[in-house]
Design a binder for this molecule. Structure first.
Ligand code: AMP
Length: 172
């Protein structure tokens, strides 16, 4: 019997705002078999891209990213909201529904020439992923892939990542 990851992803209508169908992955994380299968599938795709590190943004990107990095035997780098990282950072700004937000990484977190897989739970409009790609390239790292558990194909996030190796485990 093969596991269907979709069985542990719950649609929450009108969260956090009206009209958004939020994909809640907490039941998937809480189920040991679904979590293991998710990390196994993420690792299978990642291995061939030979990453040196996984870059994930808070908060769910930390959970999947930490587990994936451990499974691959590579490092994990955190992309964080402004004001969270204690040392010198680079910054990338991205558009939100209203206004902008930004992500930071420590300047010494990614070495020049390092192969980096950027990871998130959901690819929606692609703004967050694009910001992570920009952070890697500001530090002269190589984007070895952009990887997601879930892709909301109707939002066209993949178009923002044109030219990069993009993969998602589940598409809606
Ligand atoms: P985006 O920058 O539009 O691709 O949005 C991606 C980020 O927002 C990811 O970190 C997701 O966790 C979160 N996100 C966006 N849309 C959803 C959704 N429908 N369900 C769950 N998370 C979402």
């Amino acid at each position: 019997m093969t596991l269907d990851l979709r069985d542990r992803i719950v649609d929450v209508p009108d969260f956090p705002t009206e009209g958004i169908v939020f994909k809640d992955v907490m039941p998937l994380l809480a189920d040991r078999e679904h979590l293991a299968e998710t990390i196994r599938l993420l690792a299978e795709w990642s291995r061939a891209r030979e990453p040196d590190v996984i870059l994930g943004a808070e908060a769910r990107g930390f959970i999947f990213g930490g587990a994936l990095a451990y499974e691959l035997g590579v490092g994990f780098v955190a992309a964080r909201k402004p004001g969270k990282l204690p040392r010198a950072t680079v910054e990338a700004t991205y558009a939100l529904e209203y206004g902008t937000d930004s992500l930071h990484v420590h300047r010494d977190a990614i070495a020049a020439g390092a192969r980096v897989i950027v990871l998130d739970d959901v690819l929606a409009t692609g703004g967050t992923a694009r910001a992570k790609v920009d952070l890697v390239e500001q530090l002269d790292g190589i984007v070895a892939g952009a990887l997601f558990v879930i892709e909301l194909t109707f939002l066209g996030g993949r178009d923002r990542l044109d030219g990069y190796d993009v993969h998602s485990l589940i598409q809606y």
